[in-house]
Every structure is written in structure tokens, then in C-alpha cells.
Ligand binder design. Sequence first.
Ligand SMILES: Cc1ncc(COP(=O)(O)O)c(C=O)c1O
Length: 381
Amino acid sequence: MRNKFIPYGHQWIDKKDINEVAKTLGTDWITQGPKIGEFEEAVCKYCRAKYGVALSSGTAALHAAYSVAGIGLGDQVITTPLTFAATANTAAHCGAELVFVDIQKETLNINPKEVEKKITKKTRAISIVDFAGHPCDFNEIKKIAEKYNLLIIEDAAHSLGSEYRGKKIGSLADMTIFSFHPVKTITTGEGGMVLTNRKDFYDKLKIFRHHGITKKPEKGDWYYEIENPAYNYRLTDFQCVLGISQLKKLNKFIKKRREIVAEYNKAFKNIKEIITPKEKNYLKSAWHIYVIQLCLDKLRVNRRKIFKALRKNNIGVQVHYMPLHLHPFYQRKFGYKKGDFPVAEEYYQRAITLPLFPKMTNEEVKRVIKTTKKIINSYRK
Ligand SMILES: Cc1ncc(COP(=O)(O)O)c(C=O)c1O
């Protein structure tokens, strides 16, 4: 019998989650209702942030964050090429020019040393991404942002529950965005949130989520005005109760993720064809994904071959990500080309994401390790 497919990421929904959603579906509120505020408060409390605005996805949260920051045509946003497209696509939708900065080899995050070199009079924001859950070196980024009066937008789609120098991700940047897609550390199906300590951003985010509508009760109960047209980016109440229920389990989920990572690291420690991901000692990663890098000079084949062999064995590996400057849109629009960001490109040639999710069984973890070792062994030089 063939082994079951092990995906690279998967939600963990239990009976309690299902009961909560079912209960809410029976109430009067199945779109945005009283549960949205509860969910926002719960995430703020967990992350120690002042304000939270839940939205229909992490992408919507990014779009809202750039928009309320006033980023538009003629502005530049600095970010990493090693991220999911939404980080940059949403800034491009606002009219911004995307200025990529290469990554650091050891953390795979934007290289703070390179950021300052790319700042111009047009730079408005630095958009950092905590790749795989490993927080960026925030203090380094903050120094630069303060020096040039720039906003920091943290795409923390990977890092809900991660900590930087003893602080939970979510209260450090001007705005932090989370995604609650099923592969993330908690899920609402689709969903996202922006956290901020700034009241002005908070007020604007709530308006942005709901078409740009501002109510004016003094002019009548029905009366509202549109200052700036926006979107329907609302999250439903039944998704919010799922989020509240999931959040209660986040620490347990992270503990499980960290145990699996420790097991992988131990198993691959002496395999010289594999570089395992590292965690800086002044932070704690929530480990959204576990990416190994292949030492291609020690192997007879390229990444594609090893990826295919793993998939053939029903190990649901992935690649996170093809650097953004290699996509046709970013080349056409901003003139990027292959060779522009050598560290990200080299990483991309070697990277494979192995399955990692809290519901993984010990047998599944062992199977991933055994299969990976066997395949690497068979292609060793
Ligand atoms: C780094 C990053 N940013 C943004 C997003 C977008 O989140 P969502 O899928 O909730 O729109 C993702 C999701 O994959 C992501 O990984």
C-alpha cells in the first residue's frame, strides 16, 4: 500500500472549533458582528498591541496597511525579494515602486546593512517579512527607519507567536499584518489582521475594511459618507469565533512545531548535503515552515530532481519562494533582472520546504526524515 501524502502545512481544527463555528452560524450574525471585536481584542492581548483590525485575508490586511499609510504613486517601498507575492503586489496596487533589497544568508530575512543604501527621497516605508517565522532584526531596521523618518510595515504572515528580544511580534512595527490561512500558525479559513499602536491608523483601517464608509449619525441614522473609496474586506463572525478558539491553542501549536523542528535538526545535523535552518539566540520562532537548503556541490543532481523524488514518495514538499524580482511583472514594471539579488537567487536554487504542522504524527515526522535521508544518500557524489 502506498504511503499517505503528507502536506507541507495543514490546519488543526478540533471539535471545540467546530462547535464554536456551528453555534455562531445559528445566531443572527453571520457576517461581521460582535465576534470580530472579541477576536481583535484577543489577538491584541496575546501580542500586547493596542489596536487590531481583522480583515478577510492577509493580502487584504497588507493592502489596507499600505493604503492607510498613504502610500501611493511616486512612493517607494523597500522590501525583500524572498516573500510571498502579496507583500509586494499590494504595495504595487497602491501605485508604489517596489525596491527590493537582498536577504541575509543566515536568517533569510532582508539584510538591514543593505537597506540604507537603497533609501531615496521617495522612500516611504520598509516592509519587513519574518521569513519562515524567524523575526527580522527589528532594532537594526528601526534605527534606519527613525533616521529617515520611514514607516515600518511588518508582514508577519509567518510569525504570529514568534518573539523578538522577549516581545511578541505584533507590537513592534507601525503596522503588523497576520494571515490566518490554513497553513499558518492559526487559521480562520481565510483571514488576516492588522495590529498597530497608532489610533489614527486604527480608525482609518476600520473605514478601509468597509468600503470607505464613514457614518454620520448626527445627519440621520441612515446617513454615511465616502471620503475615499475602499473595499469590502470584512471577516465573518463565524471565522472570528474559529480564530478565537484557535488562538487558545496557539502556544500548544508552537510547542509542537518547535519539537518537530528540533527532531528534524537533530536528524539532519550530520548530513553534509543539507543545511538546516537556524534560529538566532535572542528570539523565538513560531516556525511556520521548515526549509532545508541543499549543498548542490555535494550532490549529483539539482533541487528539481530531489524535490520530484520526495513528491514521488508522497512527501508534500514545496518551494518558498521564487524571488519576486524573477517574476515577469516585477521585471517589466521596475526593470529587475536575474542576477540582481544573488543571495536570494542562490537560496532559491537550493531550497526545499519539508512538511511541518502541529498535527503531524511521530510516524509522519520519522517518514519525512527517513525518506529525505534515503534520497539524499542515493544522489550523494
Ligand atoms: C509572507 C506572506 N505575506 C502575505 C500572505 C498573504 O496572506 P493571505 O493568504 O491570508 O492573503 C502570505 C500568505 O501566504 C504570506 O506568506
